[in-house]
Design a protein around this ligand. Structure first.
Ligand code: BES
Ligand code: MN
Ligand code: ZN
Length: 491
């Protein structure tokens, strides 16, 4: 899809479909007013008849019968004024792309409400992300005639914005789409070996350094926690390290992503319903590997390392067992009381590997606990940190990127739940506060390096389509990581 921006008015664009974003002040919307005249009052009448109030999810479409250069007009409700700005524009772009493809439109123009476009570069980036991701589909396993048509070829944003803003939106959207693809592929396809092959593709296309470690190399490095999780699987583990090292960067950031390509629970086997979506348990890895292509494309001035300890978690005759005592790369021993708490084990060794790179900050992204979904619901990620300043910068970037995140505490008092009689710690605590004890477990492996842990078990995939977010993998995290690093790079 070709995306351009120009300060044309909605009455100037000759397109198959003109989409107008409307907040809940539709009666005062100047764009609606400007279209109603040429349409002889039919737009306002249709709005009244259809009770179009600009509420989120509302759509009103009509044929213009040649009375405007645009053949069709669709009003799209965005709801509350002053709501989350980039998110509203992403949703508008996403719905515009869906409406265009649904109507068989080839050319599209999008007009956003003026209150949302005061910063035109930010607006253009968000609309671009929305358009491209709204057109995203994972349909490669569907028969040709079952695939929804993709007619949309060009989109015009009706605002004056620099081409660089559109390019940035394209880079973020492409990285997000790649992360979605990785999550959406079945676990039989997206194995640890395949993840490493994808990392190699990204490295080659973006000029990044790549190191991939197999089980023997991980054993040499003492990654006893990670390898224990991997030992029950017929698929070999792959530890992936992608690096972006621009000259002259003063900051070095390590991104760790949980890369469990299928989580059966191991011997602490999950029931069917709990296992159903567990091909998505590598969403953290998908995000950190994919975002690297956007970072390189935008030539950010910050050194970035993406790490993913990829493995399956399977039950078998060689699987790790309850009661096993494992030695981590950091030297700490861990007694296993639940093999389904595997993510923190893989992350702990990856974090220790990351600390060896002497980062200025370290982040981890993981579909880590069901408890986090209980706490915050399916759309909001839980954030835990040992550093208030870094955490504040992270949450600000999330807000600007249009991703919802909420900080949770790391209460010292829960730490005793991880005490073991025979090892330095156990891998799980009690049921209540499970997202926090998982965070406390990881905290043991980051020392005093500024660290942010993002539990994205909820938002990493969805069963409800919304604007630019399709059912399935969402690519959650890519946009915020990029925005955070862009700010670091510009500072
Ligand atoms: N991958 C799961 C967490 C998860 C659950 C992600 C639901 C997405 C949706 C993780 O490995 C896990 O199994 N966690 C356990 C931890 C428990 C054993 C302490 C959980 O949440 O039940
Ligand atoms: Mn698990
Ligand atoms: Zn898991």
């Amino acid at each position: 899809m070709k995306i351009t921006a120009a300060a044309s008015t909605p009455l100037q664009v000759k397109v198959d479909l003109l989409v107008v974003g409307c907040e809940d002040d539709v009666d005062e919307n100047p764009i609606v007013a400007s279209l109603d005249g040429p349409l002889g009052g039919t737009l306002r009448r249709a709005m009244q008849d259809e009770r179009f109030r600009g509420k989120p999810g509302q759509v009103l479409s009509l044929h213009t019968q040649g009375r405007t250069p645009a053949a069709r007009i669709a009003l799209v409700g965005l709801g509350d004024r002053g709501g989350a700005r980039p998110a509203a524009l992403q949703v508008l772009g996403g719905r515009a792309a869906r409406l265009a493809n649904g109507a068989g439109a080839i050319t599209l123009a999008v007009a956003a409400p003026p209150s949302l476009t005061t910063d035109s570069a930010t607006a253009a980036q968000a609309l671009t992300e929305g358009l491209l991701l709204g057109a995203y589909r994972f349909d490669r396993y569907l028969a040709e005639d079952k695939r929804a048509p993709r007619t949309l070829a060009s989109a015009q944003l009706l605002l004056a914005a620099p081409a660089s803003a559109i390019a940035r939106g394209e880079h973020v959207a492409a990285a997000t789409a790649r992360a979605r693809d990785l999550v959406n592929e079945p676990a039989a396809v997206m194995t640890p070996t395949r993840m490493a092959a994808v990392a190699a593709e990204i490295a080659a296309a973006s000029g990044l350094e790549l190191v991939v470690l197999g089980p023997r190399e991980c054993a040499e490095r003492g990654m006893g926690l990670y390898l224990a999780v991997a030992q029950g699987s017929a698929q070999e583990p792959r530890f992936i390290h992608l690096a972006y090292k621009p000259a002259g960067a003063s900051k070095r950031v390590v991104l760790v992503g949980k890369g469990v390509t299928f989580d059966s629970g191991g011997l602490s086997l999950k029931p069917n319903d709990g296992m159903l979506d567990m091909k998505t348990d590598m969403a953290g890895a998908a995000a950190v590997l994919s975002v690297m292509q956007a970072i390189a494309a935008e030539k950010l001035s910050v050194e970035v390392h993406a790490l993913a300890a990829c493995t399956e978690n399977m039950p078998s005759g060689t699987a790790y067992k309850l009661g096993d005592v494992l030695r981590s790369k950091a030297g700490k021993t861990v007694e296993i009381n639940n093999t389904d708490a595997e993510g923190r084990l893989t992350l702990a060794d990856a974090l220790t590997y990351g600390l060896d790179l002497k980062p200025t900050a370290v982040f981890d992204f993981a579909t880590l606990t069901g408890a986090c979904v209980v706490a915050l619901g399916p759309y909001i990620a839980g954030v835990m940190s040992n550093n208030d300043a870094l955490c504040g910068q992270w949450l600000a970037a999330a807000g600007a990127a249009g991703e919802e995140m909420w900080r949770l505490p790391l209460p010292d008092r829960l730490h005793e739940q991880l005490k073991s009689e025979i090892a330095d710690m156990k891998n799980t605590g009690e049921r209540w506060g499970g997202a926090l004890t998982a965070g406390l477990f990881l905290k043991e492996f980051v020392g005093d390096v500024p660290w942010v842990h993002v539990d994205l078990a909820g938002p990493s995939s969805t069963d409800k389509e919304n604007g630019h977010v399709a059912k399935g993998g969402t690519g959650f995290g890519v946009a915020t990581i990029f925005e955070y690093l862009r700010r670091v790079s510009a500072a």
